[in-house]
Design a protein. Structure first.
Length: 277
C-alpha cells in the first residue's frame, strides 16, 4: 500500500475492496489478501482521523452557538442523519464550534505543528462533530488491535462531521459496527487494580524510562467473534494515558531529556495488554 495515499483515495480503495468481497467471486487466498489490504487501509484512515482530531483540539478554545444554527439544532440534525443512514447505536458525541476568525488565527499553529499548506479558499464558521459508540454509557475505544496476518485486526467505529451555514459539508463513518446485544456481565478490575497492573507491565519493559499514568478510563474494545468476521463481541477495557520520561545521552544537544505520551490498554477482566500485533 502506498504510504503517501490521502484520506479520500484510501476510503475509495476501501469501498472497492468491500464491493469485491461482497460479490464472493474471489478465491480464499485472494479474499484473505483483500481483507488484509482493507484492514491496512482502515488503519491508515484511522490515523488520518486521529491526526484530524489532534489538530482540531488546538482550535477548541470556546463552545457556544454560531450565528447560523445552535449547538442543540446541530446535534438534533446529526442524530437524524445517523438514523436515516441506518446507524442505530448509542453515541458519545462531541460538538465544537469553530469560528472563522479563530481558524484563521490558529492556522499558523496547525501548520507549524503538523505541516501542510495555507487554506487559500478561506475559512467559514462551522461545527465539528466527533462521535463514537457507547455501551453501558462507556466509550467503545477506537484503538487498532489484533493481527493483520491472522486476520484479527480490528478498530472501533468513529464518525466525523462538519456543518456550515450551507449545511452538511462532511460526514465520514469509519468501521461501522452494529451493537446488537450485551454479553453476560463478569467481574472487572477496579481502577486501582488496573493502574497497578499497567504499572507492573510497564515496569517489565527493558528501557530506561520512567512512566506515569496521567489518566485512565473504562470502556469497551471490539473483537471478531468468528473467522468470517460477521459478528463482533465487545469486552471491557481500561485505557490509560501514560507519560514517558527519559534521558538520551546520544543526543548532540546539551538537553538530553525527553518525554512523550502514549496510550496503554488492558482487558478489564484478564489484565492482558490489548495492542496491535
Amino acid at each position: 500500500m502506498n504510504d503517501d495515499i490521502n484520506f479520500e483515495d484510501a476510503m475509495k480503495q476501501l469501498e472497492s475492496i468491500a464491493n469485491e468481497l461482497e460479490k464472493g467471486n474471489l478465491t480464499l487466498d485472494e479474499s484473505v489478501k483483500k481483507f488484509e489490504e482493507g484492514m491496512n487501509l482502515s488503519k491508515k484512515c484511522n490515523d488520518f482521523l486521529e491526526s484530524a482530531e489532534k489538530k482540531i483540539t488546538i482550535l477548541l478554545e470556546k463552545d457556544g452557538d454560531l450565528n447560523f444554527k445552535s449547538h442543540n439544532e446541530v446535534l438534533q440534525d446529526f442524530y437524524k442523519i445517523l438514523q436515516a443512514i441506518g446507524l442505530k447505536n448509542n453515541y458519545l458525541v462531541n460538538c465544537y464550534n469553530l469560528d472563522s476568525e479563530t481558524l484563521k488565527e490558529k492556522e499558523k499553529v496547525m501548520i507549524d505543528k503538523f505541516g501542510g499548506n495555507e487554506n487559500l479558499d478561506g475559512w467559514k464558521d462551522c461545527y465539528f462533530l466527533y462521535a463514537v459508540p457507547k455501551l453501558n454509557d462507556k466509550k467503545v475505544f477506537t484503538d487498532v488491535h489484533g493481527s493483520s496476518e491472522k486476520g484479527t485486526m480490528i478498530t472501533g467505529e468513529e464518525i466525523i462531521s462538519i456543518v456550515t451555514e450551507n449545511g452538511l459539508q462532511l460526514l465520514v463513518v469509519s468501521n461501522s459496527i452494529n451493537i446488537v446485544e450485551e454479553l453476560e456481565k463478569k467481574e472487572i478490575m477496579t481502577e486501582n487494580q488496573a493502574k497497578e497492573e499497567i504499572e507492573r507491565q510497564l515496569g517489565q519493559l527493558i528501557v530506561s524510562e520512567q512512566y506515569t499514568i496521567k489518566s485512565i478510563a473504562l470502556g469497551y474494545y471490539p473483537q471478531f467473534a468468528d473467522t468470517a468476521h460477521k459478528e463482533v463481541l465487545f469486552y471491557p477495557a481500561w485505557k490509560a494515558v501514560v507519560l514517558a520520561e527519559g534521558d538520551d545521552t546520544m543526543r548532540s544537544s546539551n538537553d538530553t531529556a525527553y518525554s512523550y505520551e502514549f496510550s496503554y490498554m488492558i482487558d478489564a477482566q484478564t489484565g492482558l495488554e490489548i495492542s496491535e500485533e
